[in-house]
Design a protein around this ligand. Structure first.
Ligand SMILES: Cc1ncc(COP(=O)(O)O)c(C=O)c1O
Length: 642
């Protein structure tokens, strides 16, 4: 589809065209679709067949329950579906290839530490023996309390102090299958010392630095300069030290982590190949190993382009699993090395799909001319008259010329205004005429933009600003921090042609609090097709695939706090249950995070109001109303409330 040909009003619009435009079939991985009546739907396995629900019904139900937007929606079935998919894909790849090892997934807690997520990974994942990866003491405590001792691995990465190691060792006694991954040479002496003192033989993993580099945003995680992992020399030292302590038999895992969101399957193959070479030689050195942990990296196609672009992936989960099994066999088999248990620490691929940020649009700014006069008054400056002439002469053929002239005269007028030579009223008229010129140029070239490459920025420059009831910094921090792209689209009215192009602004009033990169129509765009707002009716958008990293990385910029979080479970009959709701932060909550005491603030305000009464500025009744307003404000949601 041509980039903005969807705005061609002659073509009949329907939900199928909306599906194409927003690329929902490509990034939705079969979980999301558009209904014939223009609603975004979620379809999921329910245990008793597949069930489908409308996101708008969830929003309506929340509103009836007094939970206003924005809301982070978690769909439990989707998390289950992704856990099942990776385990079943590996199982199929193993069966197809005649691989004689097994697969053990571990979910890295850091990707989404929320208790609901970890509990669901542990309970649903139990049937596959899916475990957890802990990168800190706190995460180990979560893992130990959540995972069944006999089920699933616990892989301990990150810096480990004595307390961390001792807890892990004692937990091993309980039956937990804990792996201590040595990431730096300094960690080993402490691990040896603690395990000897406890009389427990630890399961040791060695994380190696691969020289294979991956493409994508996280390419620094791989290659010689990656921060974690042992060099080949350090690995040899580790083997020798373990031998010297008669502990080489404890070395049960080789660990690598190529990076996160690896878009190109070739990079994964190359990395796994190098990891297997290490594996072969470590076995030759006498290490038993038996487990090959390939870390994270399985990507999510946020962009829906199925390409090797940073926010996409040029492979499927099925292909990922098959390729890994194939590469491992191709390197190990010639050496007759038993097939290891393959461990992956896939994070985003498991949790991204299950969370959707839902928010309403509060307002819009349009870059359109106000009513123009019939004629420019004779008395106006000649440059204003020149602009008027440009306006009258716009044709497709003259589009570039008119654009150049308009900007020239507009800039002259701005200059004259700065020097005090024309009035504010004249400048306003000139700006208004310029806007009309730009809008008309945009409409005459529509569908044939390729002929005017210099006007490529026009659409963005004239795009509406839709103000959304959310905070980029709190709910979508990666958009701000690392230019992450998430699929964003309206969740209703998709049977109507989206006639507007917009960027999104949040309510933080920070100039970085905006979204101006969107994936739709199979490519990245600076604006999003949206519908005009209808007076008195809410317009809802969803930011999809936000379940990985966003919740904990979010911050309190402008003191906009956690949104409400609601979990639903879809039933086979198309109904759904609100399984859990967690109320978002109140204003008092966020104030206490930054060391204010809401009660003290209220008391201080009461006192000021009392002084106002004494000074005769307000009555005692007004004081009462004012104090009540302040107290209500403290109890309220940090987001815009209608
Ligand atoms: C050691 C380790 N394992 C696993 C992951 C998860 O990666 P992903 O979310 O790409 O699967 C990360 C994140 O970067 C990591 O550092």
């Amino acid at each position: 589809m041509n980039r903005i040909s969807h705005q061609n009003h002659d073509v009949e619009w329907n939900a199928a065209r909306a599906t194409d435009l927003y690329g929902i079939e490509y990034w939705g991985a079969g979980h999301f679709q558009v209904s014939a009546d223009g609603l975004v739907q979620v379809t999921a396995d329910t245990g008793g067949g597949r069930g489908t629900i409308n996101l708008l019904d969830i929003v309506d139900g929340l509103s009836e329950r007094g939970l206003p937007m924005p809301v982070l929606l978690r769909i439990e079935n989707l998390l289950d579906a992704q856990i099942a998919q990776i385990n079943e894909s590996f199982a199929r790849a193993i069966a197809q290839s005649g691989y004689r090892g097994r697969y053990r997934g571990v979910f890295p807690i850091k990707v989404n530490q929320q208790s609901q997520i970890i509990e669901e990974v542990a309970s649903f994942g139990a049937r596959f023996g899916h475990g957890l990866e802990a990168g800190s003491k706190a995460e180990l405590l979560i893992a130990l309390a959540t995972l069944d001792a006999m089920n699933g691995y616990i892989v301990c990465n990150g810096y480990k102090d004595e307390e961390f190691i001792n807890l892990g060792l004692m937990a091993q006694k309980l039956g937990y299958r804990i792996f201590f991954v040595v990431e730096t040479p300094a960690e080993l002496p402490l691990l040896i010392q603690c395990s000897k003192a406890a009389g427990i033989r630890p399961r040791i993993g060695a994380r190696v630095k691969l020289s294979s580099r991956v493409s994508g945003h996280w390419n620094a995680t791989s290659g010689d300069r990656s921060i974690f992992g042992l060099t080949s020399m350090q690995l040899i030292d580790l083997v020798d030290t373990l031998k010297a302590h008669a502990m080489l038999d404890c070395m049960e895992m080789l660990h690598v982590h190529l990076g996160s969101q690896i878009p190109n399957i070739r990079d994964i193959r190359t990395g796994v190949m190098e990891a297997c070479r290490y594996y072969v030689d470590l076995v030759r050195e006498g290490a038993p190993l038996g487990n090959l942990d390939l870390g994270g990296g399985l990507a999510v196609d946020y962009e829906g382009s199925r390409s090797s672009h940073t926010h996409s992936m040029n492979y499927s989960m099925e292909e990922y699993c098959l390729d890994i099994i194939e590469v491992v066999m191709s390197i190990l088999d010639p050496h007759d090395i038993p097939h290891p248990t393959i461990v992956t620490e896939s994070g985003r691929a498991l949790v991204a799909y299950g969370s959707v940020l839902l928010f309403n649009i509060l307002d819009v700014t349009r870059f359109e001319a106000h009513a123009l006069p019939e004629q420019v008054p004779e008395s106006e400056h000649e440059n204003v008259h020149n602009l008027w002439e440009v306006l009258k002469s716009i044709t497709f053929e003259r589009a570039q010329e008119c654009y150049n002239d308009a900007l020239f005269y507009r800039d002259e007028i701005r200059d004259l205004f700065r020097r005090g030579q024309i009035s504010l009223r004249s400048r306003a008229l000139a700006e208004n005429v310029t806007l009309e010129i730009l809008q008309r140029i945009k409409s005459v070239i529509i569908g044939n933009e390729d002929e005017y490459p210099e006007l490529a920025g026009l659409e963005e420059a004239l795009a509406d600003i839709y103000y959304g009831n959310f905070s980029v910094f709190q709910s979508l921090p990666d958009i701000w921090a690392i230019d992450q792209v998430f699929p964003i689209m309206p969740i209703h009215r998709l049977d109507e042609l989206p006639t507007r192009q917009a960027i999104l602004a949040d309510i933080t009033c920070d100039c970085d609090g905006k979204i101006d990169r969107f994936a739709w129509d199979g490519t990245l765009n600076n604006t999003l097709p949206v519908h005009p707002l209808i007076e008195g009716k809410e317009y809802y958008l969803g930011a999809f695939l936000v379940g990985a990293y966003q919740e904990t990385l979010g911050d309190l910029h402008n003191l906009l706090g956690d949104t409400h979080v609601v979990s639903v479970r879809i039933n086979a009959d198309g109904s759904f249950d609100y399984v859990k709701e967690v109320e978002g932060d109140s204003v008092a909550d966020v104030l206490s995070y930054v060391e204010y005491h809401p009660q003290t603030l209220l008391q201080k305000f009461r006192n000021s109001a009392e002084q106002g009464v004494r000074a005769g500025h307000i009555s005692a009744t007004e004081r009462q109303q004012l104090v009540e307003l302040y107290a209500t404000g403290l109890r309220g949601y940090t987001y815009f409330e209608r």
